[in-house]
Design a protein. Structure first.
Length: 281
């Protein structure tokens, strides 16, 4: 496995692979890898000849009061995990490499970027779309792998790739969870012991929604009220939003009639966590 820090070297590496007829699987990350990331790498390893993982904590997707400075950075550990998982190259640029002086160009996927998490994190998805487009252009993957936990991100990236005719296939893989149901996230490291005990209530509320829909309840107002009630029982929890939306355009639904996305964001103590499930009635 090699570690590449420069854009020109990464692009040259990918060109050489393509010249040799190798397919490239790509897993973009911000590091602090967990089993969810590793499952994406394993999928890429099975389906592609070569696997590239990027590790880049993207400043463009963090707001001025968010956790950019304290976001977990454990590069030596990440490298060990990547090597063990059979990764061929880790792309590890710094911020100056990705955003040189006088950088001016950003990508905004309109409508999809200012709802759900976008409503609470202005500019976040502009930063996400921009860095992912840059990474696609640098790495030139055949297939890129993302996790379902970041459902809004997955929808936005899929739409961006479609609209901009990017020659990459986007694959969204299931959310990996701890034994108690908490979605795996690098930010789980911020939770205190007591907060960690209460955090699984987010997944419990999603399971409640699935059960209500399965029992015939279609009113999203009723579903959301029930979810809020169970989360509200935990003293460390504060809800940003709970929404039941169309899976493709992220527009809120009044009634569940087919396939939908139930998504939420909540603070557990001082840590903001997101989760979701796709429900087919």
């Amino acid at each position: 496995m090699i570690i590449i820090k420069k854009i020109k070297k990464m692009a040259a590496f990918s060109r050489e692979l393509r010249h040799r007829g190798c397919s490239i699987g790509f897993v973009p990350t911000m590091g602090a890898l967990h089993q969810g990331h590793l499952s994406l790498i394993q999928k890429a390893r099975r389906e592609c000849d070569k696997v590239v993982v990027s590790i880049f904590v993207n400043p463009a997707q963090f707001g001025p009061k968010e956790d950019f400075k304290k976001y977990p950075r454990v590069f030596p550990r990440d490298v060990r995990l990547c090597r063990k998982a059979g990764v061929d190259a880790v792309f590890y640029p710094d911020a100056k490499e990705m955003y040189p002086d006088n950088y001016k160009t950003y990508i905004l996927v309109s409508d999809l970027s200012d709802v759900l998490c976008g409503k609470f994190r202005p500019g976040h998805f502009k930063g996400v779309a921009t860095v992912v487009a840059k990474l696609f252009n640098i790495v030139q993957p055949d297939t890129a792998y993302f996790g379902q936990k970041d459902a809004q991100q997955a929808v936005i990236i899929g739409k961006m790739a479609l609209d901009l005719n990017l020659p990459v296939k986007i694959k969204i893989m299931p959310t990996w969870r701890e034994k108690d149901g908490l979605a795996m996230s690098s930010r789980n490291l911020y939770l205190s012991k007591e907060e960690r005990k209460e955090a699984p209530v987010l997944f419990q509320s999603l399971n409640l929604a699935e059960g209500l829909i399965g029992s015939g309840i279609s009113s999203t107002d009723k579903i959301i009220r029930a979810m809020k009630a169970i989360i509200g029982e935990k003293k460390s929890a504060k809800i940003d939003y709970i929404s039941v939306v169309d899976l493709e355009n992220l527009k809120p639904l009044r009634r569940v009639t087919g396939r939908c996305l139930v998504a939420l964001a909540a603070w557990i103590g001082r840590t903001r966590l997101i989760d979701n499930i796709i429900i087919r009635r």
